[in-house]
Design a protein around this ligand. Structure first.
Ligand code: FE2
Length: 337
């Protein structure tokens, strides 16, 4: 992936540093203008965090891989993380006291609430092809590295929790068949929609709220102290995935999408119906019983994931209702026609 374009003073400095050989980065006050309440939608802060985290995944063309562990850059990232984490805590009220044994039931209650903006219904019944293409461009930021943030948790959990996580991840990674990896299935979706299927192609076009879904998973994944939140976020994702994916597939069929273009969504209708039970009981239930002190973290992670989903859906629907693109414009570029 190419280094993303700067979106403000933090990313301007960051991109300039990363293009050079590894060196000490001067401390930067993180987004002084970003109050915790709007940090999840702050373009400069989310892009900066995304860039810092990407060094732990595939990195960037021409950027020295050793930047990954440069202490002064990690210190800068920690400052950004504090602002982001405070915004998450602000956006999601602390979950009610829940006994570890009740965690699966609490997750089911949280994910049954479908009062969020009706993005899936819109994509199924009314969206234009251009809107569906925008949706896929947003989602490509995550789907092209689908499951990677949750892999960080595998060495951080034990027993039934680890076995459940590996079972879910094995499906995500195609059960040993590269062509069935979910990220590969999504590349077919992008190509079928006439979009660029290269990793990170739409990062510049993705607004802060799209990046925030990824930065939150990376925050939870890269900090062992947040492993409970990561498992909760994964469970909420799996437990709210089956029906929307069915809607996406139907919407794509309505718009003329062929089988290969729809396969990513069809696969998730089936896989996530199975994952839902594994995630609630074997993953989160086992973890909470083994670590009762982290039960609240599991529910917090689930709530954070659901809140970011709601905001993402609201962003797209609001833009479309106003007849606008939901992607960043104009310098980041619209989805090519
Ligand atoms: Fe998947």
């Amino acid at each position: 992936m190419k280094l993303p374009r700067p979106r403000g003073p933090i990313t301007e400095a960051l991109v300039e540093h990363l293009a050079r050989p590894v060196h000490t980065v001067e401390p930067m006050p993180p987004a002084p203008h970003a109050a915790p309440a709007d940090a999840l939608e702050d373009e400069d802060l989310q892009a900066a965090l995304f860039i810092c985290y990407e060094l732990h995944y595939d990195g960037f063309d021409g950027v020295d891989p050793d930047w990954e562990w440069e202490p002064s850059l990690l210190a800068l990232r920690a400052g950004l993380e504090r602002v982001h984490a405070a915004a998450l805590a602000d956006a999601v009220p602390p979950p009610p006291d829940t006994a570890p044994a009740d965690v699966p039931r609490a997750l089911a209650r949280m994910t049954a609430d479908d009062s969020g903006p009706p993005l899936a219904a819109h994509l199924q019944r009314r969206a234009t092809l251009e809107q569906f293409r925008e949706f896929a461009a947003h989602r490509s930021v995550y789907h092209l590295k689908e499951a990677d943030p949750h892999t960080w948790a595998i060495p951080r959990v034990r027993g039934r929790t680890k076995a459940a996580l590996v079972e879910i991840q094995a499906d995500e990674y195609g059960g040993g068949r590269a062509e069935f990896m979910h990220c590969e299935l999504f590349r077919h979706t992008l190509r079928g929609l006439g979009l660029d299927d290269s990793y990170g192609a739409y990062v510049d076009a993705a607004p802060a709220i799209t990046l925030a879904a990824s930065t939150t998973m990376s925050l939870f994944g890269l900090h062992r102290s947040r492993r409970g939140a990561l498992l909760g976020q994964l469970a909420a994702f799996e437990m709210t995935s089956s029906l929307p994916n069915r809607a996406y597939s139907l919407g794509l069929r309505r718009l003329g999408g062929d089988t290969a273009t729809r396969r990513f969504y069809d696969e998730h209708v089936q896989a996530d119906a199975v994952h839902e039970q594994i995630a609630a009981h074997d993953l989160c239930g086992s973890f909470a019983e083994e670590h009762p002190g982290e039960a609240a973290a599991v529910l917090f992670g689930a709530a954070a994931g659901l809140e970011l989903d709601r905001r993402f859906a609201a962003h797209l629907l609001t833009a479309w209702e106003s007849g606008e693109s939901s992607l960043r414009a104009p310098d980041a570029g619209r989805v090519p026609a």
